[in-house]
Design a protein around this ligand. Structure first.
Ligand SMILES: NC(=O)c1ccc[n+]([C@@H]2O[C@H](COP(=O)([O-])OP(=O)(O)OC[C@H]3O[C@@H](n4cnc5c(N)ncnc54)[C@H](O)[C@@H]3O)[C@@H](O)[C@H]2O)c1
Length: 312
């Protein structure tokens, strides 16, 4: 299959591209605004391009994908608050542009990255695709609007599509500088013998999912026989998650075992806007295209810590 990955020089995208190359022809479009040139797979077809650039349609047509995984996004909550207009442009209009270009180029299926951020403070746990959506920041709002933009562009074109609401993804190549993910930030600190800083009381929970499981979800969705867009209630949205809550304190305990860090933990005030608990029910992805997260948390954290060792 010819698979185009937008955002393929980023954290999730580069893990996906590395898994696809060899079995598929892989194209990557990334403007390298956050992604790293080191992440570009030498055997992939690569173009440095902003998805908002007017030449996007021609570039996608040049590669001629059978399927597209759309991961390029303004993915920082902090940046979305600083510059909500840019966040909306990249995430909503960018998704619209990628969908239009993919359909025009004859792609048969498009999977687009959405986020647990569409739900905001959970009204119930675990969150189902149909749970109330109340985004707590511009990033969550733009991801929710992107889901509608995707459906607007592709309904009636014959192309199949889905939005995957990833929970908290972690693993090799995640950026540990700046905002990053808590697993990357803690792994980098503890691998270097430095204390992690826990915001709040450490009892807050997240649904941590290993990037290898997210890669498998994308691949299994592309190979699925049925249409993803028509699967049950809330149509083309799927949680890609474990359904399990892990507290930040439990995460620190796993990381102590994986990194050998035996020092203290720093504490700071809880951050405004952080949800207290989170878990997303992945049952629909299992019935829809047979995917479930398979990586035990301790071995996934171990693999992540091994990757970080020596890099920070
Ligand atoms: N990492 C997570 O925990 C998580 C959770 C939920 C959803 N997501 C979503 O998954 C996707 C991938 O996230 P990630 O963690 O790999 O982020 P990332 O920042 O590492 O990757 C995003 C990539 O998109 C590229 N990009 C940004 N704007 C672009 C533009 N205008 N044109 C072309 N390329 C552009 C960046 O250079 C980067 O390589 C994003 O859509 C993100 O919102 C991630």
């Amino acid at each position: 299959m010819r698979i185009l990955v937008t955002g393929g020089a980023g954290f999730i995208g580069s893990n996906l591209v590395h898994a696809l190359v060899g079995a598929h022809e892989v194209g990557v479009i990334d403007d390298l605004s956050c992604g790293s040139p080191e992440n570009i797979h030498p055997a992939s077809w690569f173009r440095t391009l902003d998805i908002l650039d007017p030449s996007l349609g021609a570039v996608v047509a040049e590669f001629g994908p059978d399927a597209v995984i759309h991961l390029a996004a303004q993915a920082s909550v902090t940046e979305s608050i600083k510059d909500p207009a840019r966040d909306r442009a990249v995430n909503v209009e960018g998704t619209r542009a990628v969908a239009r270009a993919a359909a025009a180029a004859g792609a048969r299926r498009l999977v687009s990255a959405s986020s647990a951020a569409v739900y905001g403070e959970p009204a119930e746990l675990p969150l189902a695709e149909t749970s109330p959506k109340s985004p707590a920041n511009p990033y969550g709002a733009s991801k929710l609007a992107a889901e509608s933009a995707l459906a607007d562009e592709l309904a009636g074109t014959g192309a199949d599509f889905a939005s995957f609401r990833f929970s908290n993804v972690f693993g090799p190549r995640q950026d540990w500088r700046g905002e990053g993910g808590v697993v990357a930030i803690f792994t980098a600190a503890m691998s270097a013998g430095e204390p992690p800083t826990v915001f709040g009381d450490g009892k807050q929970t997240r649904d941590f999912i290993y990037v290898g499981d997210v890669v498998a979800a994308c691949l299994e969705a592309l190979l699925a026989e049925g249409r993803l867009a028509d699967e049950g209630v809330d149509g083309p949205a799927y949680n890609v998650s474990t359904g399990r809550e892990t507290s930040v304190d439990q995460l620190v305990a796993h990381l102590r075992a994986a990194t050998g860090y035996g020092g203290p933990v720093d504490h700071a005030a809880a951050r405004e806007g952080d949800v207290a608990r989170s878990a997303l029910d992945p049952a629909k992805a299992r019935t829809g295209f047979g995917w479930a997260a398979r990586s035990p948390l301790d071995s996934a954290i171990g693999a992540t810590a091994r990757w970080f060792a020596g890099r920070t």
